[in-house]
Write a protein that binds this ligand. Structure first.
Ligand code: PLP
Length: 379
């Protein structure tokens, strides 16, 4: 059996150091808001290239706190609109609607699976306050066109970086010359939400998340909101919530952060093997990005001729686990009944044709070789 993802193996890869870190916290007797959080936040902020990192309970909360903080700071108000790709994990959309903001769903491009920057401008109205891009599957979603639209219309740029720890994007250098430099995703926009769900590239042993930003006021509001709305013990500025990253998770994440580049390099080798060797005409791979622009969180393919589910079953019968990301688009979900009638054909096409192949820091060369052989023999 080749499972879609073996978390047990992923943890074992750095198991000794992880166990040491957990034991240190257990025996230290300090479990929340301590030195482990402080150290991880500092290291993660440096890694991303942002001034601030605020740990919180999970990736959904991270995104919720960004929008809520903008509301508390008077930058946005309920009823305002946020542009967002229609083909994202539900959490991105929930973070917008949770705050009484309105998502404007924009189609992705079929060859990149990322938001179609040619369709954004037509969606902008006087009520639009932000563009939330999602580096879905680990692929860079930022383009200069998106940056230019944010400037032109005075929009905040928010990144959902839940799937793209370690991805980079080419951006114009800050002196405005046309020389490109690379920025780590999560440092391109005004703020970014990160998830440390166990299966993510940088995964905890439970839930975890973080907001990164270089905006001092936003960072302070996010930190306050995630701590009951309190800056001073028993004094409450906002009606916040309890949304903290615990010390054990922070300690584990700090260990895994050291190995993220190495782990991602393994993912890249796997992805490059898939790109070079999958030759079944029923299977379409998304455009191949330069290596640094893809953290290869997932390896999505599109399966033609209505054979996606048949391929999933065929692989399973041959001992290979695959997962669909995601079988039902957000606008077709029961929780968003009001959008069920919308037509978003590219998004719907992806939901009907996408299948994610195994990719991880621990999958073996011989396993990838087997998977490709099985795939190429499928008719
Ligand atoms: C995982 C994920 C989230 C949410 O993260 P949690 O930690 O599970 O709350 C948000 N957006 C995207 C795109 C994700 O993949």
């Amino acid at each position: 059996m080749i499972p879609f993802l073996s978390l047990k193996d992923v943890t074992a890869l750095h198991g000794a150091e992880i166990n040491e870190a957990v034991t240190r916290v257990v025996n230290g007797g300090w479990y929340l808001q301590g030195e482990e959080n402080k150290r991880f936040e500092e290291n993660y902020a440096n890694f991303i290239g942002a001034k601030h990192c605020i740990g919180c309970a999970n990736g959904l909360d991270a995104l919720i706190w960004i929008f809520r903080a903008y509301i508390e700071l008077g930058v946005m108000q309920p009823g305002d609109e946020v542009i967002v790709p229609a083909n994202t994990y539900i959490a991105t959309i929930l973070s917008i609607t949770e705050n009484g903001l309105k998502p404007l769903l924009v189609e992705p491009k079929l060859n990149t699976l990322e938001i179609d920057d040619d369709q954004i401008e037509a969606a902008i109205t006087p009520k639009t306050k932000a563009i939330c891009i999602v580096h879905l599957y680990g692929r860079n979603a930022y383009t200069e066109k998106i940056g230019a639209l944010c400037k032109k219309y005075g929009l905040k740029l928010i990144e959902d970086n839940a799937q793209a720890h370690g991805c980079k994007a080419p951006v114009l250098s800050s002196d405005g010359s046309n020389i490109q430099e690379f920025k780590v995703t999560g440092s391109i926009g005004d703020a970014a939400g990160h998830s440390f769900y166990p299966g993510k590239n940088l995964g905890a042993l439970g839930d975890g998340g973080a907001v990164t930003t270089s905006d001092d006021a936003l960072a302070e509001a996010v930190r306050t909101l995630a701590n009951y709305g309190s800056q001073k013990k028993y004094v409450f500025k906002y009606t916040g919530r309890n949304s903290r990253l615990d010390e054990i998770q922070a300690a584990v994440l700090d260990v895994k952060l050291k190995y993220l580049a190495e782990d991602n390099a393994h993912r890249k080798q796997v992805a490059n093997y898939y790109y070079d060797h999958i030759s079944n005409p029923l299977i379409t791979l998304p455009d191949r990005l330069p290596d640094e622009q893809n953290a290869y969180h997932l390896f999505p393919v599109l399966v033609g001729n209505g054979k996606r589910d048949a391929l999933h079953d065929y692989l399973e019968q041959n001992g290979v686990g695959t997962v669909i990301h995601y079988p039902i688009a957000p606008h077709k979900q029961e929780c968003y009944k009001e959008w069920n009638g919308m037509s978003l054909p590219i998004t719907e096409y992806i939901a009907e044709h996408e299948l994610s192949l195994p990719i991880s820091p621990t999958i073996l060369g011989k396993e990838i070789y087997m998977i490709v052989n099985i795939l190429n023999n499928f008719v």
